[in-house]
Structures are given as structure tokens and as C-alpha cells.
Design a binder for this molecule. Sequence first.
Ligand code: ASP
Length: 309
Amino acid sequence: MNVSLAIHGGAGTMPRHLMTPEMEKNCHAALKKALDAGVAVLVQGGNAMDAVIAAVTELENHHLFNAGRGSVFNADGKHHMDASLMDGTSKLAGAVAGIEGVKNPVQLAREVMLHSPHVLLTGKGAEDFARERKVLFAGEEYFFTSRRYYQYLLAQKEDKILLDHARYQSPKGTVGAVARDASGGLAAATSTGGMTNKKYGRVGDTPIIGAGTWADNQTCAVSCTGHGEFFMRQVVAHDIHCLMLYKNYSLSEACEQVVNDKLKTTGGEGGLIAVDAKGNISMPFNSEGMYRGFYEKGNLSTGVYREMI
Ligand code: ASP
């Protein structure tokens, strides 16, 4: 059975000289747990959409990642989360932005896709819809971690809006998953707390279909992580689809061109994970590292910096 899954836990990694072996071990264990959750769905014959939701839910529940429970603080001291997903078979998509208190934003994005006539719901309206759909909420304390609070206080002091970075003691970032199921179906999902100390209702690429997330069975499924403004301006996920569809690029050629050429030359730091219709996986990044993992042809592997284990 030719099934593939790739996940990421963000491109804002801790510089190597600050990473302890213990911390690195924890990162690999957390990534492996999320991979296992998604792979379990695929090997039991489940579809790509259910697999990416299972993997992203696991990452959202982990306090170390900047999504769901571990989301960063915005300038008001709150957690405003964004998420999206796309099904490459039906080409349906769902997304939420600027939501508070929803335990698993990726699951709310699925509700939007399946039970509303819309693609993207924001803020209070999205939260009202979540209550109607009986999606789980969690209290403020669930989203509070002292590490994130410290990161937020430092960012406030310097009046900066930040990706997850080491000097702020935050080893991990946005999360995402892409999958190919046994019937050739592709799906992608991405979820984030955005950028620390973000203001004025800022929304990044994560909930924007085509920028942070894309899936089409003809070509690929893509989930991005990095400095969202660059990914939005370059419509990164959809750009990879276009290079494959209109220029016959392979998945890895398209990913390389976008991440290590187009994005890099404009200063857009980050990376992405992608899977094509045959189940090939590509995971390029132009940052120092990217928390990531994949399952392909029965092999499972995770990585933080250049090498995979
Ligand atoms: N892309 C996300 C954003 O700009 C951040 C990240 O990937 O860490 O909101």
C-alpha cells in the first residue's frame, strides 16, 4: 500500500549551539508521536484528510509547538490562532483565523469545510460557529505556558513581532501535515498561533488557502511554515502546484525553486512539506532547521537540522 505522510513543527528552530541533547530528543519524540497518529489512519485504510487531521491534532495538543495549546501570545496577551486544510480529491477547503479558546483549530477548519458554505471564518463569528458545531473549547489556563509568556514579555520589551526563535527560548513553531492515502487522495493541513506579539488582528499565511496550505490530487499537497507575509505575497503553496501543473516540474524541483530561490532571494525565511500524487515527499527549508518528519515506503524518519534520523 503506497501511503505517505509528512509533518512539520515549524521552521523557527533553536540555533544548534543552544540545543541540548535532551531537548533534541524531546523534539524527535514529539514529532514521532504525531507521525504515528497520522500513519495509523493511513495504514488502516483511512483517507488523507483524516490522517492530516490526526497528526495536526496531536501537534496542537503538545505544549511545545506554536499551535493549539502551545500558541504564542499576541500583543494583547491573548492567543489568536489560525488553521486551514484542503482536500485534494474534492478540492474543498476550510479555514479559521484569529480564533480564541478553541482546543483544536484544525478540527474547526474541517467543520467550516464540511458544514458551512464558506471557506474562511474569523474571530467571534468562527467561535460562534464552533459552539454551534459543538467543537471543544478550553480555558485560558490550558493555553498558558510560562515559556511562551517569557517570550512574549521579551518581545513586548523590544517592541518586536517574532517568529519562534531561540533567544526567546522557544524551540518550535507552526505545525502542519500532508498525506497521500492508498487511493491516491492528497490532503494538507496547517495550524498556528502566528507570531509572538502580533498586533491589530494580524493574520499570516497559515489560514490562507494557496499561501500556507494547498492540495490537489493532480499535483501535490503542501503545508508551509515561516515568515507569513512573504508566503502570502508569493502564494507559495499554490505556486508549487502551478510549477508542477503548467511547467511539468517534479515535486522536488518545484519546492527547491520556490523555497531556496524565490523565497530566499526576497528574504522570506521558512520552509514547507509537500507530497505528490505518487507519494514522493519533499521538505525544503532555507532556515537553520525545520522540525519535521515523514513516513514513506514503510520508513519513518524525523529531523530538526539538516540531517534526518
Ligand atoms: N507562518 C506562520 C505565520 O506567519 C508562522 C510560522 O510558520 O511559524 O503566522
